[in-house]
Design a protein around this ligand. Structure first.
Ligand SMILES: Nc1ncnc2c1ncn2[C@@H]1O[C@H](COP(=O)(O)OS(=O)(=O)O)[C@@H](OP(=O)(O)O)[C@H]1O
Ligand SMILES: Nc1ncnc2c1ncn2[C@@H]1O[C@H](COP(=O)(O)OP(=O)(O)O)[C@@H](O)[C@H]1O
Length: 203
Protein backbone atom coordinates (compact mmCIF):
# COMPACT_ATOMS: atom_id res chain seq x y z
CA UNK A 1 0.00 0.00 0.00
CA UNK A 2 1.25 3.50 -0.81
CA UNK A 3 1.22 5.70 2.30
CA UNK A 4 2.91 8.69 0.68
CA UNK A 5 -0.17 10.87 1.24
CA UNK A 6 0.46 10.62 4.98
CA UNK A 7 4.18 11.38 4.99
CA UNK A 8 5.54 14.87 5.62
CA UNK A 9 9.00 16.14 4.73
CA UNK A 10 10.94 17.05 7.89
CA UNK A 11 13.05 20.18 7.53
CA UNK A 12 16.35 19.74 9.40
CA UNK A 13 18.22 22.71 10.87
CA UNK A 14 21.56 21.64 9.43
CA UNK A 15 21.74 21.92 5.64
CA UNK A 16 24.04 20.49 3.01
CA UNK A 17 25.95 23.81 2.88
CA UNK A 18 26.62 23.59 6.65
CA UNK A 19 28.05 20.10 6.32
CA UNK A 20 30.11 21.19 3.31
CA UNK A 21 31.65 23.99 5.41
CA UNK A 22 32.57 21.41 8.05
CA UNK A 23 34.23 19.18 5.41
CA UNK A 24 35.95 22.15 3.79
CA UNK A 25 34.79 21.15 0.29
CA UNK A 26 31.63 20.56 -1.71
CA UNK A 27 29.59 17.38 -1.95
CA UNK A 28 29.33 15.88 -5.42
CA UNK A 29 28.59 12.60 -7.19
CA UNK A 30 31.04 11.30 -9.75
CA UNK A 31 29.08 8.68 -11.66
CA UNK A 32 31.25 6.26 -13.64
CA UNK A 33 29.39 4.32 -16.35
CA UNK A 34 30.78 1.82 -18.83
CA UNK A 35 31.02 -1.79 -19.88
CA UNK A 36 32.13 -4.49 -17.48
CA UNK A 37 35.93 -4.46 -17.53
CA UNK A 38 36.14 -0.92 -18.91
CA UNK A 39 37.95 0.24 -15.77
CA UNK A 40 35.24 1.90 -13.64
CA UNK A 41 36.22 0.23 -10.35
CA UNK A 42 39.96 0.54 -10.96
CA UNK A 43 39.64 4.28 -11.60
CA UNK A 44 37.16 4.87 -8.76
CA UNK A 45 39.41 3.06 -6.26
CA UNK A 46 42.54 4.95 -7.38
CA UNK A 47 40.71 8.30 -7.38
CA UNK A 48 39.26 7.68 -3.94
CA UNK A 49 42.74 6.92 -2.58
CA UNK A 50 44.14 10.13 -4.08
CA UNK A 51 41.27 12.24 -2.73
CA UNK A 52 41.38 10.64 0.71
CA UNK A 53 45.10 11.31 0.96
CA UNK A 54 44.39 14.94 0.06
CA UNK A 55 41.99 15.23 3.01
CA UNK A 56 38.74 14.92 1.05
CA UNK A 57 35.78 13.02 2.57
CA UNK A 58 34.84 10.33 0.07
CA UNK A 59 32.49 7.41 -0.26
CA UNK A 60 32.70 4.66 -2.87
CA UNK A 61 29.59 2.89 -4.16
CA UNK A 62 30.42 -0.07 -6.38
CA UNK A 63 28.16 -2.41 -8.40
CA UNK A 64 29.42 -5.72 -7.07
CA UNK A 65 29.42 -4.53 -3.44
CA UNK A 66 25.95 -2.96 -3.46
CA UNK A 67 24.56 -6.08 -5.09
CA UNK A 68 25.80 -8.10 -2.07
CA UNK A 69 23.68 -6.05 0.34
CA UNK A 70 21.15 -3.33 -0.39
CA UNK A 71 20.35 -4.70 -3.85
CA UNK A 72 20.86 -8.43 -3.24
CA UNK A 73 17.24 -8.97 -4.28
CA UNK A 74 17.94 -7.67 -7.81
CA UNK A 75 19.20 -9.48 -10.89
CA UNK A 76 20.09 -8.29 -14.37
CA UNK A 77 16.74 -8.01 -16.14
CA UNK A 78 15.91 -4.59 -17.59
CA UNK A 79 13.49 -3.96 -14.71
CA UNK A 80 16.00 -4.98 -12.04
CA UNK A 81 18.83 -2.92 -13.54
CA UNK A 82 16.51 0.10 -13.57
CA UNK A 83 15.57 -0.45 -9.93
CA UNK A 84 19.23 -1.03 -9.05
CA UNK A 85 20.23 2.33 -10.52
CA UNK A 86 17.21 4.11 -9.01
CA UNK A 87 18.11 2.96 -5.48
CA UNK A 88 21.80 3.73 -5.96
CA UNK A 89 20.90 7.20 -7.20
CA UNK A 90 18.99 7.85 -3.98
CA UNK A 91 21.84 6.49 -1.85
CA UNK A 92 24.39 8.57 -3.77
CA UNK A 93 22.26 11.64 -3.12
CA UNK A 94 22.20 10.99 0.62
CA UNK A 95 25.99 10.68 0.77
CA UNK A 96 26.39 13.74 -1.45
CA UNK A 97 24.14 15.73 0.90
CA UNK A 98 26.28 14.57 3.81
CA UNK A 99 29.06 16.57 2.13
CA UNK A 100 31.04 13.67 0.64
CA UNK A 101 32.59 13.24 -2.76
CA UNK A 102 30.71 10.13 -3.89
CA UNK A 103 32.28 7.79 -6.41
CA UNK A 104 29.56 5.65 -7.99
CA UNK A 105 30.78 2.87 -10.24
CA UNK A 106 27.99 1.05 -12.07
CA UNK A 107 27.51 -0.23 -15.59
CA UNK A 108 24.22 1.72 -15.61
CA UNK A 109 23.60 0.70 -19.23
CA UNK A 110 20.44 2.71 -19.94
CA UNK A 111 20.52 6.42 -20.79
CA UNK A 112 17.00 6.92 -19.39
CA UNK A 113 18.02 5.46 -16.00
CA UNK A 114 21.13 7.65 -15.83
CA UNK A 115 19.06 10.70 -16.77
CA UNK A 116 16.61 9.91 -13.98
CA UNK A 117 19.47 9.79 -11.49
CA UNK A 118 20.82 13.06 -12.85
CA UNK A 119 17.41 14.67 -12.36
CA UNK A 120 17.69 14.06 -8.59
CA UNK A 121 20.53 16.57 -8.41
CA UNK A 122 21.04 20.30 -8.75
CA UNK A 123 23.36 21.64 -11.40
CA UNK A 124 26.98 20.79 -10.58
CA UNK A 125 26.14 18.08 -8.05
CA UNK A 126 26.29 15.21 -10.56
CA UNK A 127 29.21 14.53 -12.88
CA UNK A 128 28.77 11.74 -15.40
CA UNK A 129 32.00 10.06 -16.48
CA UNK A 130 31.87 7.71 -19.44
CA UNK A 131 34.60 5.13 -18.92
CA UNK A 132 35.04 4.27 -22.56
CA UNK A 133 36.56 1.02 -23.75
CA UNK A 134 35.73 -1.15 -26.76
CA UNK A 135 33.90 -4.39 -26.15
CA UNK A 136 36.82 -6.24 -27.79
CA UNK A 137 39.29 -4.79 -25.26
CA UNK A 138 36.98 -5.39 -22.28
CA UNK A 139 36.59 -8.95 -23.40
CA UNK A 140 40.34 -9.30 -23.80
CA UNK A 141 40.86 -7.99 -20.24
CA UNK A 142 38.00 -10.08 -18.82
CA UNK A 143 39.25 -9.50 -15.23
CA UNK A 144 36.55 -11.69 -13.67
CA UNK A 145 36.17 -14.27 -16.44
CA UNK A 146 32.58 -13.11 -16.98
CA UNK A 147 32.82 -12.52 -20.74
CA UNK A 148 33.98 -16.10 -21.20
CA UNK A 149 30.94 -17.28 -19.25
CA UNK A 150 28.67 -14.97 -21.23
CA UNK A 151 30.01 -16.31 -24.54
CA UNK A 152 29.53 -19.90 -23.41
CA UNK A 153 25.95 -19.13 -22.34
CA UNK A 154 26.63 -19.69 -18.65
CA UNK A 155 25.65 -16.06 -17.96
CA UNK A 156 22.59 -14.75 -19.78
CA UNK A 157 21.78 -11.08 -20.48
CA UNK A 158 25.39 -9.99 -20.13
CA UNK A 159 26.02 -6.33 -20.98
CA UNK A 160 27.67 -5.93 -24.37
CA UNK A 161 27.17 -9.57 -25.34
CA UNK A 162 23.51 -10.40 -24.89
CA UNK A 163 22.22 -7.19 -23.33
CA UNK A 164 22.51 -3.54 -24.44
CA UNK A 165 24.85 -0.77 -23.34
CA UNK A 166 23.70 2.70 -24.37
CA UNK A 167 26.61 5.13 -24.61
CA UNK A 168 26.10 8.38 -22.67
CA UNK A 169 24.87 11.21 -24.91
CA UNK A 170 26.24 14.14 -22.91
CA UNK A 171 28.69 13.03 -20.23
CA UNK A 172 30.72 15.75 -18.50
CA UNK A 173 33.88 13.69 -19.02
CA UNK A 174 34.97 10.81 -21.27
CA UNK A 175 37.90 8.68 -20.15
CA UNK A 176 39.20 6.34 -22.84
CA UNK A 177 40.96 3.58 -20.92
CA UNK A 178 42.48 2.14 -24.08
CA UNK A 179 44.40 5.39 -24.50
CA UNK A 180 44.96 6.58 -20.91
CA UNK A 181 46.66 4.83 -18.01
CA UNK A 182 44.82 4.77 -14.67
CA UNK A 183 46.93 7.52 -13.07
CA UNK A 184 46.24 9.81 -16.01
CA UNK A 185 42.49 9.24 -15.57
CA UNK A 186 42.87 10.10 -11.89
CA UNK A 187 44.78 13.27 -12.78
CA UNK A 188 42.10 14.38 -15.28
CA UNK A 189 39.26 13.84 -12.80
CA UNK A 190 41.16 15.52 -9.97
CA UNK A 191 41.92 18.49 -12.22
CA UNK A 192 38.24 18.77 -13.27
CA UNK A 193 37.14 18.87 -9.62
CA UNK A 194 39.82 21.39 -8.69
CA UNK A 195 39.15 23.69 -11.67
CA UNK A 196 35.39 23.65 -11.03
CA UNK A 197 35.90 24.74 -7.42
CA UNK A 198 34.76 21.58 -5.65
CA UNK A 199 37.69 21.69 -3.23
CA UNK A 200 37.50 25.32 -2.23
CA UNK A 201 36.07 25.95 1.23
CA UNK A 202 32.37 26.87 0.82
CA UNK A 203 31.56 30.40 1.97
N1 LIG B 1 24.51 -10.24 -16.69
C1 LIG B 1 25.39 -9.37 -16.22
N2 LIG B 1 25.61 -8.21 -16.88
C2 LIG B 1 26.50 -7.31 -16.40
N3 LIG B 1 27.23 -7.49 -15.26
C3 LIG B 1 27.04 -8.63 -14.56
C4 LIG B 1 26.13 -9.61 -15.02
N4 LIG B 1 26.14 -10.64 -14.12
C5 LIG B 1 27.02 -10.32 -13.17
N5 LIG B 1 27.58 -9.10 -13.41
C6 LIG B 1 28.51 -8.44 -12.47
O1 LIG B 1 27.75 -7.40 -11.88
C7 LIG B 1 28.42 -6.15 -12.04
C8 LIG B 1 27.48 -5.09 -12.62
O2 LIG B 1 26.60 -4.61 -11.66
P1 LIG B 1 25.93 -3.19 -11.83
O3 LIG B 1 25.08 -3.01 -10.64
O4 LIG B 1 26.98 -2.19 -12.12
O5 LIG B 1 25.03 -3.43 -13.15
S1 LIG B 1 23.86 -2.52 -13.74
O6 LIG B 1 24.28 -1.12 -13.62
O7 LIG B 1 22.64 -2.77 -12.97
O8 LIG B 1 23.69 -2.95 -15.15
C9 LIG B 1 29.53 -6.36 -13.02
O9 LIG B 1 30.61 -5.62 -12.46
P2 LIG B 1 31.68 -4.83 -13.34
O10 LIG B 1 32.40 -5.90 -14.09
O11 LIG B 1 32.54 -4.17 -12.30
O12 LIG B 1 30.99 -3.84 -14.21
C10 LIG B 1 29.75 -7.86 -13.07
O13 LIG B 1 30.81 -8.20 -12.20
N1 LIG C 1 43.78 2.44 -18.40
C1 LIG C 1 43.11 1.61 -17.61
N2 LIG C 1 42.16 2.07 -16.77
C2 LIG C 1 41.48 1.21 -15.98
N3 LIG C 1 41.68 -0.14 -15.96
C3 LIG C 1 42.62 -0.64 -16.78
C4 LIG C 1 43.35 0.20 -17.63
N4 LIG C 1 44.22 -0.56 -18.33
C5 LIG C 1 44.03 -1.83 -17.93
N5 LIG C 1 43.07 -1.89 -16.99
C6 LIG C 1 42.62 -3.14 -16.34
O1 LIG C 1 41.28 -3.40 -16.78
C7 LIG C 1 40.56 -4.04 -15.75
C8 LIG C 1 39.32 -3.20 -15.44
O2 LIG C 1 38.56 -3.87 -14.48
P1 LIG C 1 37.56 -3.11 -13.52
O3 LIG C 1 38.18 -1.87 -12.98
O4 LIG C 1 37.02 -4.12 -12.56
O5 LIG C 1 36.43 -2.67 -14.57
P2 LIG C 1 34.89 -2.39 -14.32
O6 LIG C 1 34.74 -1.91 -12.90
O7 LIG C 1 34.53 -1.37 -15.34
O8 LIG C 1 34.21 -3.71 -14.54
C9 LIG C 1 41.48 -4.15 -14.54
O9 LIG C 1 42.07 -5.43 -14.53
C10 LIG C 1 42.52 -3.07 -14.82
O10 LIG C 1 43.78 -3.36 -14.23
Amino acid sequence: MNNSNHIQWQQPLIKKEDRERLHGHRGVVIWLTGLSGSGKSTIAIALEKALHEAGISTFLLDGDNIRHGLNSDLGFSRKDRTENIRRIGEVAKLFMESGCVVLASFISPYEADRMKVRSLFNSGEFIEVYVKCSLAQCEKRDPKGLYKKARSGEILTFTGISDPYEEPKNPEIIIDTEALPVQEAVRILNEFLTEHGYFTKPG
